[in-house]
Design a protein around this ligand. Structure first.
Ligand code: SF4
Ligand code: SF4
Length: 377
């Protein structure tokens, strides 16, 4: 049995659903990525455009000197669906399904490290390796495709032809020269353009090209400051990420529920929570509810910002008391977006609440939101 075959068998024992080995050179997809950065499509994720990071992305030997192989792994996180009546209920928030279970970084990294340790043990000598989950300067989807895990769709996701695109990816770089895995002919998009048509914000500006600045995943997770007012109505009830361009993909018909309990959905109160319940979360309740989950990384302020936008899109008067209370929130980001939502609901009570808040609001950016909200009424 070759070392690559032993490695694949061990990866399967670790619960990894797909594994492939490829050469790190030449770096696949580099020209496309560089052009994407030059267009500014990365928005405020300025770390992606840092020269040192671009250099390392262009040359994996700068990440791991002497690197000769890249191992790409994937794990299925699909855990089924909730009834559309719940997911489309404007009183509830939608959370991207990758965040329904435990934080996958904490699940995947130790398994990649176990693969590194396995290589040392199986090869019988010292082996250099480095593991990455999501955060490394590695074009992970391009490498995953090259290693045979699937193909990149027009929605920019890696699609596994027998399982769809609900998979987490990770990589292990090593200085061992491993045999590459055989790459079977895989699927593709053909003439389909469903994902481009389904995107609520027009973020897929061309096949395979995402303008992150318009993407709901970027706006609700990566963006730290205010969400541009013009885009807020397009967010609907998405409060953490968006799966729309994956849900409509015909390849998802092959998705099967994950075997990994850590990624199975807790319950509807977590995956499609009531917005007004979330608006009441104080700092302690947020910690208690989201510690250990992917959602924890955006913090209470950004979550409540997103919740306020979703409530503004619901436009139900019953949301007014909670939103008016949020006009006094400790975080300006929350106060500003609550003001927008109050303005969207409108009416005499909303108008009075905005005027009262404006009379004592110390933050200039929130004052601006309050004035804009008053103009909406
Ligand atoms: Fe559009 Fe949502 Fe896909 Fe982003 S995640 S490209 S907003 S459909
Ligand atoms: Fe490709 Fe169609 Fe899936 Fe988009 S929806 S990724 S175009 S197959």
């Amino acid at each position: 049995m070759s070392l690559t075959a032993e490695l694949c068998a061990y990866a399967s024992d670790l619960g990894l659903d797909w594994v492939g080995v490829t050469s790190p050179f030449p770096v696949p997809g580099l020209a496309f990525y560089t052009a994407w950065i030059e267009q500014g499509y990365h928005g405020e994720m300025t770390y992606l455009a840092r020269p040192d990071r671009l250099e390392r992305r262009a040359d994996p030997a700068k990440i791991l000197p002497g690197v000769r192989s890249l191992i790409s792994v994937g794990v299925n996180y699909y855990s089924g669906r909730f009834p559309a009546a719940l997911e489309d209920d404007p009183a509830r928030g939608r959370i991207s399904r990758y965040a329904w279970g435990s934080d996958y970084h904490a699940w995947l990294l130790p398994r990649l490290e176990a693969l590194g340790a396995f290589l040392e043990q199986a090869s019988g000598h010292l082996v250099a390796w480095r593991a990455y989950v999501d955060t490394g300067p590695i074009l992970e989807r391009a490498y995953a495709a090259q290693a045979g895990l699937g193909f990149i769709g027009k929605n920019t996701c890696l699609i596994q032809p027998r399982a769809g695109s609900w998979l987490f990816l990770g990589e292990l770089l090593t200085d061992l020269a491993l045999d590459p895995t055989l790459v079977e002919a895989s699927g593709g998009c053909g003439i389909c353009t469903r994902c481009l048509a389904a995107c609520p914000t027009g973020a897929l500006v061309a096949p395979y090209t995402l303008d992150a600045r318009r993407c709901i995943s970027y706006l609700t997770i990566e963006l730290k400051g205010p969400i541009p007012p013009a885009l807020r109505p397009l967010l609907g009830n998405h409060i953490y990420g968006c799966d729309r361009c994956q849900e409509v993909c015909p390849w998802q018909r092959f998705a099967v529920p994950t075997a990994e309990p850590a990624f199975r959905t807790a319950d509807a109160t977590y995956a499609v929570p009531l917005l007004l319940d979330l608006l009441r979360l104080d700092a302690d309740a947020f910690e208690a509810q989201y510690r250990g989950s992917a959602l924890h990384r955006i913090g209470r302020g950004r979550l409540l910002r997103n919740v306020a936008v979703a409530l503004g899109n619901w436009r139900a008067p019953e949301a007014l008391p909670g939103l008016i209370a949020a006009l006094r929130d400790a975080e300006p980001l929350v106060r500003g977006h609550a003001a927008w939502a109050v303005g969207r609901i409108g009416g005499a009570e909303a108008c009075r609440a905005l005027q009262v808040a404006l009379s004592s609001e110390p933050d200039p950016s929130v004052q601006q939101e309050l004035r804009a909200a008053l103009l909406m009424i």
